[in-house]
Design a protein around this ligand. Structure first.
Ligand code: ASP
Length: 341
């Protein structure tokens, strides 16, 4: 009998493992061991499942880069023993964690699949069971004696997305995530349909874990009439190592001289300014309109079709690497883990 793949299930918290406190009516975390008891079907899967849990399961709104490092440590220390990893995570910040881990885990050759649920696992109408069971099945997929999926993915409501292409789009529907600028990698129906040509290729290189992240990023969501006084006080103090501008349409902004001057000062002292669009679908294309030509000429970096989650975590990752502004721009505008087109 051939050896079954070994999957490590890592519970971080979130609705998937929560129960209702009947006194207060609020959801609170319960013991992870109960999770396996709630889904006896897990024993039917053709893989060996090991489990581990954060000592203190969290609501994912409390997720942070130290905990991302903890997750990387768990993965690294079990990497040779296990064939795949499934991370149970609250849906609220799941796309941030999935994006961050995609940059922190270089040369990944095994699946790291995030999943969670909109309703607690004990709820009658829960979406947790399907999400969990299929996420494990996908993590256990094999091809030519090695893992089929060799990247960070996010499985929710019948779709596996590339983690760093995903965003939470609904606080209400079971279909809570979208990958607006990249198709699903796997779709679950009667069969699992795998889009081979969309997957990241297998890498023979050794896993490298990047633990340094710089989190002092200024995110500026532009809107018509944004206050000069407020932006000037925010962007003039240089207490940050990077700026992400959420711009209009294909990367357009106001052409007011005060705004251009503010950005110019930051870029001149080596602070990278990245342009991503407020639109859900599509890409930044600076130079298409007069309202983005100025940004392009200043040396603003194109975030192309990055999600906000991927843009922030990519900047955290690259800002910790002491790159010259020119190299930073080149690398930021290059797809490192399939995060941009
Ligand atoms: N607030 C929860 C969390 O993100 C929601 C969920 O689990 O989906 O941890």
């Amino acid at each position: 009998m051939s050896k079954q793949p070994k999957i490590l299930l890592i519970y971080t918290g979130g609705t998937i493992g929560m129960i209702k406190d009947f006194e207060t009516g609020a959801l609170k975390a319960f013991d992870f061991k109960d999770l396996l008891e709630k889904i006896p079907e897990l024993r039917l899967l053709e893989c060996e499942i090991e489990t581990t849990s954060f000592e203190q399961p969290i609501d994912s709104s409390n997720m942070n880069p130290d905990l991302w490092v903890d997750l990387c440590n768990i993965i690294e220390s079990n990497y040779d023993r296990c064939d795949g990893f499934v991370i149970l995570h609250g849906s609220d910040t799941m796309s941030y964690t999935a994006s961050a881990l995609s940059f922190m885990l270089e040369n990944l050759s095994k699946p790291v699949i995030f999943t969670g649920s909109q309703l607690p696992i004990g709820d009658l109408r829960t979406d947790a069971k399907e999400n969990l069971i299929t996420a494990i099945q996908i993590a256990a997929l094999r091809k030519r004696n090695r893992s089929y999926i060799t990247e960070v993915g996010l499985y929710f409501e019948y779709k596996l997305y590339r983690g760093n292409r995903s965003s939470k789009i609904s606080a209400e529907h079971f279909e809570a995530f979208k990958s607006p600028n990249y198709p699903p990698l796997v779709t679950s129906g009667v069969h699992l349909t795998i889009e081979d040509e969309k997957l990241l290729p297998y890498k023979r290189k050794k896993l490298i874990v990047h633990r340094e992240l710089k989190t002092d990023i200024m995110v500026v969501h532009l809107y018509p009439g944004i206050s000069q006084k407020m932006l000037t006080s925010l962007l003039n103090n240089h207490e940050f190592s990077g700026v992400i501008l959420l711009t209009f349409g294909s990367g357009n902004s106001t052409t007011s001289p005060w705004f251009i001057e503010l950005l110019k000062k930051n870029i001149q002292i080596g602070i990278p300014v990245v342009n991503i669009t407020q639109c859900t679908w599509g890409s930044v294309q600076m130079g298409n309109y007069e309202t983005s030509t100025g940004l392009k000429n200043l040396g603003v970096i194109s975030g192309k079709d990055l999600t906000i989650e991927a843009a922030i975590t990519k900047m955290m990752y690259l800002n910790s690497q002491n790159l010259s502004p020119k190299v930073f721009k080149t690398i930021f505008e290059t797809s490192l883990r399939g995060e941009m087109s």
